[in-house]
Ligand binder design. Sequence first.
Ligand SMILES: NC(=O)NCCC(=O)O
Ligand SMILES: [Zn+2]
Length: 594
Amino acid sequence: MARGMARRKMAAPVKKVPIHLQSSQNRLLIKNGKIVNATGMQDGDVFVEDGIIKQIGTNLIIPGGTRVIDARGRYLLPGGIDPHVHFSFEFMGQTSADDFYQGTKAAISGGTTMIIDFAIPKKKESLLEQYDKYRLMADDKVCCDYALHCGITWWSDKVKQEMEILCKERGVNSFKAFMAYKDDLMIRDDELYKMFETCRQLGAVAMVHAENGDIIVENSKKLLSKGVKGPEGHEQSRPEEVEAEATNRACVIAKQVNCPLYVVHVMSKEAGDVISKYREQGWPVYGEALAAGLGTDGRPCCSSNYGLAAAHIMSPPLRSDPATKERLMDLLASDGLQVTGSDNCTFSSKQKAVGQNDFSKIPNGVNGVEDRMSVVWEKGVQSGKITPPRFVEITSTNAAKIFNLYPSKGAIGLGSDADIVIWNPNKTRVISAKTHHQATDINIFEGMECHGVPEYVIVSGRVCVDDGELKVVQGHGRFNPTPLYPPTVYDSLATEAEKANYAPLPDLITETADQVSQLHVNGSNGDAAPISPSPITVFSDQTNTPTGKGARQEGQRNLQGSSFSISSEVGDTSKRSGIRVHNPPGGRSSGGFW
Ligand SMILES: NC(=O)NCCC(=O)O
Ligand SMILES: [Zn+2]
């Protein structure tokens, strides 16, 4: 994770490089923008160096030669985090079309600067081998940072042991179970119980695809025998209550073992209401809406154009009730749901054609990684339902908190990774397969006009969308280990003993205060060390990882050269006062402005 936070852990002394010897290439000053965090908005400039946000404020003193971008009239948003994508996923007899290069490239073009994919073994396969396979597929291809969840598709002592290794040695803190896809990925309730119990013991995040797989199989057989073979049969085989029942069941099982729960792709009003109900009871359940569910609906699945209909097939299904998308956005606004993802799992028309005579064989999946930010802005902010801070919260901050990446990710704060989007709310763009960057020939948002355009997208300090021009670099991204016991998720459940072992959610510092202390965060003599390593996550493999919140060891870029060397040249510390913003764990900012 997190270049910024990694530095806080490094024990090596600060190396001073004379300013005239420093390269200006790694420096960027973004001026005059409106900085948006989940906690509120402020006018100010942001200075980035070596991939890290080093100063925030006004009248910053910066080294000569720094590139300056004028962001007047624009919002500065933390780069989007898409916590649910499937690149190069072998699924339903096909491999999803976007790979880690094309998928992350598309993500960046739309303002997303980090994705989390799923290493999903088949039954009886090793979780560790699947993890290794994903690392091999992704590491050299990703244009932005990424992390991995792991799928639990069967249960045994070996699975349990491998979960522990993944958590403690491989930087995985989240596991997803499928209650659907019977005879393939689905697990039974007793297995779900054991998986949740293991997540709770480890301090990991349990995730679930909630649909009743048994009912779906029976309904599908019945529909097919009656001659309902086209894509319209998909939703008929898995109506709302089939999703809501499984959502409730997952919550009940998680409660039995005191385990927090993250429900992926909430696609119906009823399932959304189930999650809201558990949250109202104070239970740490989190719900993820998708760009697809917010931006379109299931009506095209009844189109006589098979290609168009099949392109909209995903599970749980896009609902034919067009009011569903409004309701899902209302739930995001009221904190009934907390996160937006894309579940990007693209298949070409040719791949989708395998289900021409049997809807149950259509590879499930839609696009969304590229357009999620635009769709959520349009349906949320532009429609007046949510504020820009709430937009930030549901597109990056909450995902960063839940998967323990905050505040390296999901925030524009001192020491955060320089993943920043300069967002022009006054420009519009029309989504189209003709212009998108994804590997599909159909875009489910085709023709949708969206306000808000990411004019610049800065990925770990590198300008990857430059005044609208996409300039990604393959392999620029890094694997971000996710430490156990995310405070946001575990604070309400953890025992005192567990809490003693993990770091509380750190303050977000949104204005340069005392540069000297900021510059000493890596252990020389400063007092600003807001993030301490958690002894819970112990990584044995040097190439693989960190030891706690905010740590990044793997493949670290050399941050020694100039990162800390500007203190004597730039710090007019006397004029700045620090603002520490306390984020209530899991709490909603309510989008208040300050
Ligand atoms: N959602 C979907 O239809 N495809 C991807 C696999 C999954 O997440 O269920
Ligand atoms: Zn998925």
